[in-house]
Design a binder for this molecule. Sequence first.
Ligand code: GLA
Length: 417
Amino acid sequence: MRLSASLQLAAVTIAFLMTATISAHAQTINPVRMAPKAQMAPPQVVAQTPPMGWNSWNYFAGRVTDKDIRDSADQIVANGMKDAGYIYVNIDDTWEGERDASGVLHTNSKFPDMKALADYVHSKGLKLGIYSGPGPKTCAGYAGSLGHEEQDAKMYADWGIDYLKYDLCSFNQEVMQKQAPNDKEAQMRLMVAAYDKMGKALKATSRPIVYSLCQYGWDNVWEWAPGLGGNSWRTTGDIQASWQSVYDIMSEQAGLASYAGPGHWNDPDMLEVGNGKLTLAENRTHFSMWAMLAAPLLAGNDLPHMKPEIKEILTNPGVIAIDQDPLGHQARHIYSKGEVEIWARDLKGGAKAIAIVNAGSDVYSTHPFHIDLAQLGLHGTQHGKDLWTGKDIELTSNMPIELASHDILLLRIASPK
Ligand code: GLA
C-alpha cells in the first residue's frame, strides 16, 4: 500500500515535471505549435515584399568561396546595404561536393562548414541562401537534388538556410526529355511535379525558407508557381551585364503584372548593377526598372570593391521604397512613343510611380519628349519627386523632357490627379 502510494506520487511528480517542462519549452521555444488551435498564430510568412539581398553568381560565378560569402556579408553591414533592406546573402551554384553512402550531400572544399557559415551570416543579422536543382546535376555540373529532395531540404533547415534557388538545368535533359521524349506537355508536367516536390519538402521542414524557382519562365510558371509555394520565379533566361540584356528582359515583363503580389513575385533575374560595362545611366535604369517591376533586388556585384556611385544607386531609399511598396503592384507598360517607354505602378496610399525610359541611343533633348498624361489616367499638373535628383517636379503634358540615352526619369507622385 505504502509502496503503491509512493509509486503513484512518483508518477504524478514525473507527469507534473514533464508537463512543466513541455509548457516551459512551448513558451520559450515554440509557442505557435503548442497553442490551442483557435489561437494559433498564422504560419511565418516570407517574401511579403520582394526579397532583397546579394547573390554570388553574377560576379563570382564558379569561383565563390566561404570567404567571399563572409566578406560580402561584412560589406553589406558596413556599407549601409543592410540598413537599406538587403538581408539575404545567397550562395549560388558550385558549393556542392559528393553524396556519401547515406545520400548525404557534402560541401566541397570551397565551403568547409556550411553550418558555421550560416551562423556567421546570422550573427550579422542577415540571412543565408543556397542553390540546388531538381536534376541529377546543377547547371555548373555539381550534384543536384534528384531523389534526395526531402533529405536536402532537411539539411538546409538544419544548417539554418533561409532561401533556396532551385534551378531546372539537367532535369530537362536527364528526366523530362528522357522520360517523355517528343511530348512537351508531359515534360512540363514532370517539371511542375519536380518543383512541387521540393516545395513540399521545404514546407515539411517548418523553417521559413524563401522558395525561388529558376526555370527561365517555361510553361507560364507565373500561373502555377504560387500554388506550390513558390515565392519567386525567374521569368527569363540568364541576364548579362549589358544594356541589350537589361532592356530585353525589362521589355519581356510587360503583361506579367497581375501575377505578382505579396509572397509571390516575378523574377527578371538578379541585378547586374555595377558589373560589366553598364554606364551609370544604364545602371540607374536597370535598378529603377527592377524596382518598378517589384522584382527581387539581389545585387550581384563585387561588394568589397564597389564604387561609391554604384552604392548610391543600390541604396537609393526612394527607389527601394517603390520596389518594397506593401501593395506589391508590379508596374505595367503603359505606352511607347518612338524609343521612349512609359511604365507606371500604383503605390500604397493612392500614390503612383512613373518611369520614363529613353531606350534609344541618342539624347532625347534633340527631339524633346512630351508625356501624354491622359494615357496614364492623369489630368493637369502633377506634383512629384524625381527619385534620382531628389528634386520636386511639376509634371505636365507640355513640358519637354530631356533624357540621355538609356537614362530614366523616375517619379513618385504622392497624390495623382
Ligand atoms: C543558371 C542560372 C544562373 C546561375 C547558374 C549557375 O544558368 O540561371 O542564374 O544560377 O545556372 O550554374
